[in-house]
Design a binder for this molecule. Structure first.
Ligand SMILES: [Fe+2]
Ligand SMILES: [Fe+2]
Length: 189
């Protein structure tokens, strides 16, 4: 019988990778629904932002999935029910989710992966952690301008297809997190 060997030291890392994969998959589903709601409210700029960050979370999920497979696992996740409220509330919900990943989830997962010297897991967690900081900043900015009624027109966002870093301007030659050239970024509107 063919069995998949997962070493004991990879078990905790694999569990964390699965949790991260599941979290990113759920964030992708949620932000996609939040974009539809923002368009319905005439807040097309907020919709653009949700679409861009949804794409970035998909980049994270895909990267985590690759590492899970490298370690002999199979990525599993299920989309849980979530609430779609007003766009302002959805932006706040999104910001809280990003802050949890930045302040708690990814630093913990990163520490665990470092403890076992698992470089593939360290890289995927590190890239996601850095990208989530760009997401939290963009959501905070959107909340500030939404409250003053400015986020109406659709706009471009630039998503790194390697690490999920997201920006409102193509400000540098390369991704500040993973060094990918800007021409490989995806423009999401
Ligand atoms: Fe994010
Ligand atoms: Fe990047």
């Amino acid at each position: 019988m063919l069995t998949t060997q997962i070493s004991i030291e990879n078990e905790a890392t694999l569990r964390n990778l699965q949790a991260a994969y599941d979290g990113e998959s759920n964030a992708h589903a949620k932000y996609t629904a939040f974009a539809v709601k923002a368009d319905a409210e005439g807040l097309h700029g907020a919709a653009s932002l949700f679409r861009a960050v949804a794409r970035a979370e998909q980049v994270h999920a895909d990267h985590h999935a690759r590492v899970i497979r490298q370690l002999g696992g199979e990525p599993t996740g299920s989309i849980r029910p979530f609430h779609v409220r007003s766009t302002l509330e959805n932006l706040n919900d999104a910001r809280v989710g990003e802050r949890y990943e930045i302040d708690s989830m990814y630093p913990e997962f990163l520490r665990e992966a470092k403890g076992h010297n698992n470089s593939a897991a360290m890289l995927t967690f590190q890239w996601a952690l850095e990208a989530e900081k760009s997401h939290a900043r963009l959501f905070s900015e959107a909340i500030a301008v939404l409250e003053s009624g400015w986020l109406i027109a659709a706009r471009n966002f630039y998503v790194c297809t390697a690490c999920g870093y997201t920006s409102e301007t193509p400000e540098a030659e390369r991704c500040p997190t993973c060094n990918l050239p800007w021409e490989k970024f995806e423009v999401i509107r």
